[in-house]
Every structure is written in structure tokens, then in C-alpha cells.
Unconditional design. Sequence first.
Lengths: 198, 648
Amino acid sequence: MKIDHSLPLEYSTKQNGLNIFGFWVFLAAEIMLFATLFTSYFTLEHRVGGGPSGTEIFEITPVLMETLILLTSSFTIGLGVHAMRIGNKKAMTAFFVITLLLGLGFLGLEIDEFITYIHEGATLQTSAFTAILMLTLGTHGAHVTFGLFWGSAILMQLKKRGLTKETANKSFIFSLYWHFLDVVWIFIFSFIYLKGMM
Amino acid sequence: MEFLERFAVPNPSLAIYASMVAIGLTLIAIIAGLTYFKKWGYLWREWLTTVDHKRIGIMYLISALIMLFRGGVDAIMMRAQLAVPDNKLLDAQHYNEIFTTHGVIMLIFMAMPFIFAFMNFLVPLQIGARDVAFPRLNALSFWLFFFGAMLFNISFVVGGSPDAGWTSYFPLAGNEFSPSVGTNYYMIAIQISGLGSLMTGINMITTILKMRAPGMTLMKMPMFTWATLVTNLIIVTVFPVLTVALVMGTMDRLFGTNFFSSTNGGMDMLWANLFWVWGHPEVYILILPAFGLYSEIISTFAGRNLYGYKSMVASMVIISGLSCVVWAHHFFTMGQGALANSFFSITTMMISVPTGVKIFNWLFTMWRGKIRFTVPMLYSIGFIPLFVLGGVTGVMLAMSAADYQYHNTMFLVAHFHNTIIPGVVFAMLAGLTFYWPKMFGFMLNERIGKWTFWLLTVGFCLAFLPMYVTGLDGQARRMYTYSAAAGFSTLNMVSFVGAMIMAVGFVLIVYNVYHSVRYAPRNIGADPWDARSLEWATHTPVPEYNFAVQPHVASSQAFWDAKKNGHVLFPGKVEKIHMPNNSGVPFIMSAIFFVWGFSMIFSLWIPAIISTIAIFACMAHRSFEKDHGRYISVAEIEETETKLRGAN
């Protein structure tokens, strides 16, 4: 593999460039996936059957905390990629670890939120509204969960193999994924929670 | 015993028991044959673990042909049932199952792999690349498709086929009206192979945009590559919609949610909309690569540059955009109101404009050309008038007011077969004949091929044109029988005869392969058709690295320029080539997906959880694996090149 030193490490080989481009295309598909979920959500939002509506079950405090935590994690992974660019492996590792811990915190809050909903009588089977709410949130949550495992795998490789053109490439792609989940969450926060609470 | 009862077929018949025996015997024969000829190792090393785009293409092709025959048998059974009034050959339930599996198999497990076969085999060759961007992912795409297809096919003998139509509309497809596991098969098997299609989409877009040979700008790509690019953009856009719809459908059936139910706020029309948001672009996913193949074939056998290259590209891009805003024309009668219907009516009619542009471009390409009437060219010429007929009836259907008369009649069935058979199937057979020598090193017999073409064309006209008439007279689609008083008898018998003639045509294709394997000459050279684009510039059979020296391109007909106008195609010298390693993981991972799918279908939660973990374990393995590929040395390349030149 030819290495081009004029480019950052994560772009330095042909295959690295392909991987990043391919991942952007994958993110386009993910946008369509979430767009479909949002469209379905707007369609089914008010079809609550005999169950509760969004206004009745949404609470601002946990949602706001989830939002703050996830937005901070997007910032820390950005710092991590910056540390990677200047070749500071130690700082990079630290920022990635913080990012994953924040992700874990987010996930804990979201699971707690789901448990609350179920106790309030909004289960998966209650109505079309609860089903699409849980599917949309659940799809995002499943992505975060997958990201936690994926990020941990990359951290292990980073520790064992050092900052190479492969690990840099993987870390950069992972950061794209993580930022994307953040963007999706902003839409969830605005158009599911805030709109639902109005 | 209670555990085993769930795997029983709910409505067994002699045909199903016969298929069980046939499937069992075929499996035993394959296993025994592989063992007797000691081919297990060869199969594993050369095919099951391959990441070579050419071999993956050939495996797609073989799968597509097998599925063509499975779907074809369904078709024959339907036509036989309808051949005479009040027929008792099939009962209503079996007829439902057969038209459902016919539709799903022909579209998703026949036409899709057929276009993927050509995309995989041709695109890297046409753009002068070594392989696709992600060879390992490509293998995973194929095996996901393959195991999805196998999962769908065993529904016939394990647990019962889906019976809610290939559109699987809710609430019919819900648990209340479709209590057997059949529709679970539909949801899960299509999901698995759909994941494969999405990965192919990502792979092809990256390959085409990032790996073209030096000098090949976007507007100098061969037309099939353009078609592939546009098609895969549609795939990446709409397959996620299908993914979500199938997840919702699966949850409704397995977990009792209320997305599409009639109670608790569920909305059945949401399924219809999501399904067609994917489903209509899907037909363009099938037809655009077919258009690409026709473009290659027509310009080759007319001996002329493709007329109107830019307008060809522009019309494909316009078609791809419009294809995403026409979906509601599939259910004009389902009450979305005059405004919505008018919108979708107009967008649908607009699609005929870029399509018409393409038709005229092909005609102008042939105009004053020296046309050679080879088998691929016959299909291409036959395609034009037949497809125009299908297009015109499509415009009739697009008029929402008039659609109330045509909706759900045989007129519609005639229309979409009239576009799909001359459009897609003819293109696939033309492409098969055209690229066969590049794939296998010998040509298919032209005489048998011409017989096939005429049988298929005549058979097609007899089988489907009468349906326009019976449809306008009121024969509904998906009805398993009719009374003699309805007056449909004669025309349905004509259809049956047509279907039988087509069947003879398809059997002749198999005979043609057999005959050509035995008798066709092998010394055909690398360019037997005197063709124009890069895929013909390398040897036959194509070496694994495709091109020893990377080609340089100055026009969309680089190889033709090299032959006729002194363009230097290979200016560099041989260097060592980096190639990806084979891997068994895509095959194993997809096989685990099969187990996962089967467990989900039958609600076997413990194996479902174990196989889910196993799938993630495969992904983790890939993440931790150190695989830097391998190099083919200059000496090896030169040895291969000398050998291949000698063979020619």
C-alpha cells in the first residue's frame, strides 16, 4: 500500500480513503432509515388508541440530561480526533474513553426512561404511538449500544497496535458514526420530545 | 411432538410432498456428488470463500437462473389453473401462496441477483479497476442474498408459504388473517437479502466514484456503469425504507405491536405507503441496469457510438428522481383524495418522457448503422416495440380517474409483465449471451439462441397480450378461478399456451448451455463480438487482477479507440499488484443469519439470541483481524499474461 504523507494518517492510503467515503454513503442510508422512522412517527403520533399521549408521558428533566450528555460526548470525540491528528495517542485514548463513558451514561438514562414509560402503562403493545415512539428511540439507542462495543474494540486495538494508519482510519470512521448519532438525537429531542410536550 | 408440529405445512398437498422429496434428493445428490468427486475443498477455496468480483458475479448469475426456474414453475401452475374455467387443479389457498411466492421470487430473488451479477462482473472491468472497493463486503452481500433466498424457498415445505401477495398489504398480512408463519418468512427473508442489497449499493457507489481508471471522467464512463451508479444511488435511498417497513411488519406479527393493525391507533395504509416508497423505485432499480445493457449491446452491434450519451445520462438521473415521487399510483383507489391522486398521476406520466428519450436514442444509434443480428441484438430490437407497448399501457394506468377501471384487474398484470419481461428479462438474457464468452471462455450457440428468442417473444405475446382484454372485461387479478359464463375461457387458454411456449424457450436456454459446453470452440479470443468498452480489452478468461497494467482512457469507447484510432490503452509497465485475501467469514456469518432468520420466523427465542450474539462475534472478528491482503509479483503476472496470450 502506498502511503501519502501529505494527508492525515486516516486518509493516508487508497483503501483508507475508500473506507471513509464508503462510510459516508452508509450514513446517507442511515439518514434514510431515520427519515422513514420520523415520517412514520409523525403519521402515528396522535394515534394513541386507548393509551397515553406524548404530553402525558414525556418529562423534560431526564431528556434534557440525555441531550446534554450526548452533545458533550460529541464534543469529546471531536477533541479525540484532534488529538489523533497531532499524534497524541494518550490524549486521544482519554477522550475516546470519556466519550464512551458518556455514551454509557446516556444509555442508562434512556433505559430508565423506558422503564418509567412501561410503568406508566405505555408499553410496546399499547398503541401505534407507543410502538413507533419506542421503535424510533430504540433504533437510536441500539445504535448507541452498538457504538459502545465498536468503540471499545477500537480502543483495545489502539492500545495493542498503537496509532497506525488502520487504527487511525477506524477511529475517524467511528467519530463520524458518533457525530451522526448526535445529529439524529437533536432531531429526536426537537421533533419528538419538545414538539410532544407543547 | 408439539414442538415439531409448528414446522408442518398447514395446507399440505401432493405437490408439496413431492417437492419435499425432490429437495431432499437434490441435497443428497449434491452432497454425495461433492464427496465422490472430492470437490469440497475446491468449492470452499475457490467459491465459498472468494472475494473476487467476477466469481461473485457468476454465483449471482447461477442463483438467478435457479430462481428463474422456481418462479417459472409457479407461473406455469397459475396459468394452468386459469387455463379452463372452474378448474380444480389448485385450491384458493394454494393459488394465493403461488402468486405470492412467484412475485417475491421473480423480483427479489431472480431479477435482483441477475442485475447484481452483471454489476459485479462488469463494473470493475468497465472502469479498469482491480476489484470493487470493499471485496469482503461484496462477498457478504452475495451470501446474505443467497441465504435470504434459501430461507424464503424452504417456506414451501417447512411451516407454509406466505399467502398475502408479494405486496403483503396489512391487515391481510397481520396475524388475524394470515395466521401461518408464511408471512414471517416474507418479512425476515426479504430483510436479510435486503441488507445484502444495501451493502452492494454502498460498495458500487464507492467503487464507481473513487476507482475509475485514469482519464475516465464521469461523462466518459460506459453506459452500463452509469446505469449501475444511478441504480445504486436509488438502492441506498430506498432500501432503508423497506428495512423499516419490514421491521414494523415483523414486530406486528411477532411482538403484537400496532403499527399496521386495525385497532389501538394502527394504520394499515402506512404499510402500503412505505412498501411502495421502496417498491416503485425498486422497479427502476431493475430496469435501469437493463437499459445500460441494451445501450452497450445496441451500440456494439450497430457498430456506432451510442447516440445522445449526455441525454442518456440525464434521462437516467431524471428517472431516478421521479421514481421516488410516484409511489401512490399503486393505490389510486384507496382514498387519498383528488389532489394527491392528481400529483402522483402527473409525476407518473412525466417518467415516460425521459424513457421516451432513451428509446429514441437507441433507435438513432441503430439508424444507418451496420446492424449485426446476433442473439443479444435480437433481444434488444425485440425489446423496443414490446417495451413501448408496456410503457403506453403504463401511461393509461397512470391516469388516476381511469385507473378505477383498471385497478386490480388482469390489465395491470399484463402491463407490468409487459415492462418487466421485454424490459428486464430480455435484457438479462441478452446480457447473458453477450457476456457469456467473457465469463466462461466460449460462446453460446447462436442458432439455439435465436430459436429461444423467437419462442420467448411469441410466447410472451400470446401469454400476456390477452390479459389486457380480459382485464378490461373485468377479470380480477389474484382470483383463483372464474366461471365459464364470464367469457374469459378462450383468452385464458391462449395465455396458457403462450406460457407453455415460454417454458420451452427457457428450457432451450438450459439446453443451449449444455450444448455449448460440449461443442462450442474455445479459441474465441478476448473480443469475439468486436465490442467497444474496456471489459473486452483484457484476456478471456479474465485473470484475477483484471488488467496487468492499468488502462488509460480518453473516451467512453476506450477499447474501440484503441482498436481503430490508435489510442494507447496500456501505457505503463507491469508492477506488483495488491489483492485482497479470501475469507470464509462472509459465508459463515450469512449462514448464521439463516439460523437467526429461521429462529425468528418460528419464535424460537433461545436460538435467535444465540445466533444474534454469533453475528456480532463475526463482526468483532473482522474488526480485530489483521488482513493486509497479498501481492501478486511481477514475475507471476508476466507468467499469467504469457500463458493467456498463448491461449488466444
